[in-house]
Design a protein around this ligand. Structure first.
Ligand SMILES: [Zn+2]
Length: 475
């Protein structure tokens, strides 16, 4: 049947190199636009595997593209390699044990994500060369998924223009085609400026920025009843104006995250929150300056690509674990609450099976789910390019996202097996696209039909720059 076994063999051949890359990146956790060592590792691997390199993609020094092949459609594999603060953890240990260092850790498994995507790209490159098929493969090394919206900035600068199909995955508790469920999300800052005065001797001369910030929060609490249910609005105080109660606070700063199931809904909600801020400023005779820090779009589904990926999941069959893999996953599960595990099963719409702590099956499509939904910058890619994602079970069932348990499971033998396995799923889906041009046409038509209802508008305003960080040795 076609050439799947060949492309899967090619994945197996490259796998040791990419597992090594994943483990090295796990060992150098770098957060939000500081991924200088991680991108250097990915760039070196791309060069080693014979890809043409484009560095500094969209002006971001920790983003890289590797390309191979001639003519034909461009298939993109999206990789990531950023870590998280506060999630340092020894690998292969089922109790909290942070490593010495800066406290950062791969608590979302992006070391695996990037390496498996690059592995799929290597296999597709081999196949293109061996068969002379017209087509190009690109690996996108994307930084700052966590809070940095790098792909959204890259999308705004045209980095994904001309790509026919984008394929990616995320470490997860289950094996499945990832449902296209994510919320569009804007991070917006509200800086109130008033006038300081002695809070006892001259309160009438003061204009309190802290009062304005509190009134804004109160206004938003009242807003919540009158927004679509799936919306989410959260906030934090970046600056409460100081520690002296006897000074009228002249400044205060809030950061809001405003989330909605779709882009048009988010744009509308953003304006409503802004008007509340302006109302709070008016009530307190203060001024408010509003700025967007970053934003991402919701994910758009793509039925033709999801069907193609599901067929490949089923053709390949689930990952095969051994007793040691299952035993460690059971140890991790013992650190979780029963509610974590129950919630994970509800999230994929399946009744709990207590046979194993690791998912050794494929979740069917179309189950009735109760997903808990976050946001991802893959969303912006999906508005420009037909996009499909897999979930693959590197994690014991019930492992919460962004936890020390994720870091602990980031370079286990089970994680390595799944890294290789999901690269096969992605490579075969890409191969389907290149051997069956009708699939690309149907995927594009699916996206175009969605865009006819609401065209893509990058949610990050043109003047907002990514919060790039200096190269550590250049400081
Ligand atoms: Zn992630």
């Amino acid at each position: 049947m076609k050439n799947e076994p060949d492309i899967w063999r090619s994945v197996d051949q490259h796998a040791p190199d990419l597992i090594g890359l994943s483990d090295r990146v796990w060992g150098m956790p770098e957060i939000c636009y500081t991924e200088y060592r991680s991108v250097a590792e990915h760039t070196a691997m791309l060069r080693d595997k014979g890809f043409q390199i484009t560095e500094n993609v969209a002006g971001i020094p920790t983003a890289v593209i590797g390309e191979a092949g001639q003519g034909g459609p461009i298939i993109a594999f999206l990789g990531e390699y950023d870590a998280l603060p506060g999630l340092s953890q020894e690998a292969g240990v089922a109790e909290p044990r942070p490593l010495p260092g800066n406290g950062q850790g791969h608590g979302c498994g992006h070391n695996l994500l990037g390496s498996a995507a690059l592995l799929a790209a290597c296999a597709l490159k081999d196949w293109l060369e061996a068969t002379g098929t017209p087509g190009r493969v690109r690996y996108y090394g994307c930084p700052a998924e966590e809070g940095g919206a790098a792909k959204s900035f890259m999308a705004r600068e045209g980095a994904f223009d001309g790509v026919a199909v984008a394929i990616t995955w995320h470490p997860h508790c289950f094996n499945e085609v990832a449902p296209a469920l994510s919320l569009a999300n804007t991070r917006m800052d509200f800086e109130f400026t008033g006038r300081a005065s002695h809070a006892a001797a001259a309160p009438h001369l003061g204009r309190s920025a802290l009062d304005a910030a509190q009134l804004m929060c109160t206004g938003v609490q009242y807003l919540r009843e009158h927004v679509p249910q799936e919306s989410r609005i959260h906030y934090s105080f970046l600056d409460a104006g100081g520690v002296a109660p006897n000074v009228v606070q002249a400044k205060a700063k809030l950061r809001f995250a405003i989330r909605s199931p779709d882009l048009p809904g988010m744009f509308e909600l953003n304006e409503r929150v802004k008007r509340i801020a302006q109302g709070a400023a008016m009530m307190t005779d203060t001024r408010v300056d509003i700025s967007i820090m970053s934003a991402v779009s919701n994910l758009l589904p793509n039925a033709p690509l999801e069907e193609a990926m599901q067929a490949n999941l089923e053709r390949l069959g689930p990952p095969v674990f051994d007793e040691a893999d299952r035993a460690f996953a059971a140890e991790i599960q013992a650190t979780l609450q029963a509610s974590d595990i129950a919630s994970a099963w509800r999230g994929v719409g399946l009744a709990p099976r207590d046979t194993a702590a690791l998912c050794d099956f494929i979740v069917p499509r179309g189950t009735a789910r109760e997903p808990m939904i976050g946001s991802t910058d893959v969303g912006d890619v999906s508005w420009i390019v037909p996009t499909v994602q897999a979930h693959a079970a590197t994690l014991a069932i019930g492992t919460p996202g962004h936890s020390w348990q994720v870091t602990a499971q980031g370079k286990t033998p089970a994680a390595h097996k799944v890294l290789t396995w999901v690269a096969k799923v992605m490579a075969a889906t890409a191969q389907d696209c290149l051997t069956n041009p009708d699939l690309i046409a149907r995927a594009r038509a699916d996206l175009d039909a969605r865009l006819a209802a609401a065209p893509y508008v990058c949610p990050i305003p043109a003047e907002v720059r990514p919060p790039l960080q200096p190269r550590p040795d250049a400081a």
